[in-house]
Design a protein around this ligand. Structure first.
Ligand code: GRF
Length: 195
């Protein structure tokens, strides 16, 4: 089971996954970290964990299809079986989805189908809902629309600021994502993507 994590920015979820690999909670290693931003902090985190990383940006390519093709080739070259999105800020294209059926997983900081999109935490906060949460789901061609794998609620207290809510959500993410990924890897066993 070879695993790639795709991330665009900070990478705190990547770090939570890398720690879970290190402490044995996740029974596999992360074989590749890819970032579509060459200055993303997540690349530094990969270096710290000595996880191989690659980075290229959409603007280096003629169009989105060429970028996706390069990404697909990178994943194939590394014989990746499972693709974990961790703050990867792009829609995954059809070619990648077809190459990794039910093998691309994402984490979203809200209780989907509520508050999809780029600002899940802020949107829930501003809507004034009593609870929000975190969703782990399979990726399909929509924005945060794929089948839900697991969810965990987070209560929004009256005194919570947006910053406090963000901290609460991220703390839940950092527990839930490694746990769900560990379960998926155990269920897949030694199946490779080609099986
Ligand atoms: C997380 O809130 C995740 O749910 C969302 O993007 C954010 C990434 O944060 N998809 P980080 O880069 O892992 O710190």
């Amino acid at each position: 089971m070879k695993i790639a994590v795709l991330a665009s920015g900070n990478g705190s979820n990547f770090e939570a996954l890398a720690n879970a690999v290190r402490n044995g909670e996740i029974p596999a290693k992360i074989d590749l970290l890819f970032s579509d931003h060459q200055d993303a902090y997540v690349l530094k985190r990969a270096e710290k964990f000595q996880i191989p990383s690659e980075s290229f940006e959409l603007k280096e390519f003629e169009n989105k299809a060429a970028y996706e093709y390069a990404l697909l080739n990178l994943l194939k070259k590394n014989q990746i079986d499972l693709v974990i999105l961790a703050g990867y800020m792009r829609i995954v294209g059809e070619k990648l989805l077809q190459a990794f059926p039910k093998r691309i997983i994402n984490i979203h900081p809200a209780l989907l189908p509520s508050f999809p999109g780029l600002h899940g935490i802020k949107d829930a906060f501003e809507a004034g809902v009593a609870e929000t949460g975190v969703t782990v789901h399979y990726v399909d061609s929509g924005v945060d629309t794929g089948p839900v794998i697991a969810q965990e609620k987070v209560i929004i207290d009256k005194n919570d600021t947006l910053e406090i809510l963000e901290e609460k959500i991220h703390a839940v993410e950092h527990g839930l994502y490694p746990a769900v990924i560990a379960k998926i890897i155990k269920e897949l066993g030694h199946e490779t993507c080609a099986d």
